[in-house]
Design a protein around this ligand. Sequence first.
Ligand SMILES: [Zn+2]
Length: 184
Amino acid sequence: MADKGEIIYRVNDQDEIVYVNEQWDRFAVANAGEAAASSQVLHRPLWDFISDLTTRELYRQVLKRIRDSSSVRFTFRCDSPNCRRMLEMDVRLWEDGTVQFHTRTIWEERRQPPDFPETGAAGNGDELLRVCAWCKKVFVNGAWVEVEDAVVQLRLFHHEFQPLITHGICERCYEEMSKTLAEA
Ligand SMILES: [Zn+2]
């Protein structure tokens, strides 16, 4: 059974999202807007919602690992404008062939919004900032740096328009995840 705040979704053997729990809507819509509501995501391929190529590759590795009949558990950062969060995801294969992703919050910390532009709502359309979805580092001038450094380097608060955010995964998180999968 899932507690409040635990998010569960399942994909079938075609990688289509076939189940999300009640918590999904509360969390997804709050963080990603109506486009992430269960009515919009059910029966669509998982890949419609992961645009970043490296992150896609990572999810492919996760799914392959799970379908080779094991489970895997890992932690990752998932912040919203008001909150920093560390989540734990538990992925396992069910008897009916679906793969379940079960996410729960390990810690959560309120913060003053916005210390960093999380959404691209005010973007001017031609600047795209790449942010690691796992550790929240930002890709600046060819390197992944901490948010605080990125704000300074990019003079983010001097811009009239905030850049648009796209989520990816940095090299270090990718290597750590691949290692986790290999050891699973
Ligand atoms: Zn990272």
